[in-house]
Design a protein around this ligand. Sequence first.
Ligand code: CAA
Length: 240
Amino acid sequence: MTRTAIVTGGTRGLGKEISIVLKERGCQVIAVYGSNVAAAQAFTDMTSIPAFRWDVADFDACKAGLTEVEHKYGAIDILVNNAGITSDAVLHRMTSEQWWHVLNTNLGSMFNMCRNLVEGMRERSFGRIVNVSSINGQKGQFGQSNYAAAKAGILGFTRALALEGARKNVTVNAIAPGYCNTEMVAAVPHDVMQSIIAAIPVGRLGTPADVARMVAFLVDDAAGYITGATFSVNGGQYMS
Ligand code: CAA
């Protein structure tokens, strides 16, 4: 049966590849994006995957957007909470705005999206949720106290929701990508990047496809016994 999947941050970076791979695996896919209209248009032109614009940090925007999507495309079976931002600074220079913008977008979005979808998934006794954390939520990262806090928070959220969904065939897992070849990582200063690549045992950055294949595995109907887990996709950079 055709499953319907929604991917936040689904028109660029890791999310773009996740959207494409899920479509290739037979899902009906809807992407959500925050601001880059031109990139979203190019994505839809290339993939024929519809893209909806709203701010995942805003609960009411998620509620309205998801109501519209489900009205148009039917019930959502698969949620990939991928949208995320960075606003790096050492804590002694970080502003309150930087802290809350990252927390609200990267962690608040987990509540905003799941709260609006999980009741329906429970009623239908089927749901697959994958939350995109990060290696830096597992190990911490200089200059990322906001991002690391949000990404670590995702791991606790995932485990708690996994317990709640277990009896209803709603699985909830986290993936923790390492440094991948995306615009977000390209923004890291060159000298910092060189030292990061040197610390990756497989000797290269990850690709969006490396991550998307893991997501596709976890959202499959056959993955019903896998829940509450965190899967690293980091080239061996951090082993836990
Ligand atoms: N460990 C220890 N010391 C470090 C360090 C590190 N990782 N990085 C920088 N420092 C030191 C510098 O050497 C410097 O020391 P000195 O003053 O003695 O020379 C001091 O800290 C200040 O460094 P900067 O001049 O770079 O300070 P800044 O305020 O201009 O910038 C920063 C700080 C914003 C943290 C910048 O270094 C930076 O952007 N770092 C990259 C952070 C990072 O890895 N972000 C990941 C983004 S990608 C992502 O998040 C995706 C994912 O999930 C993996």
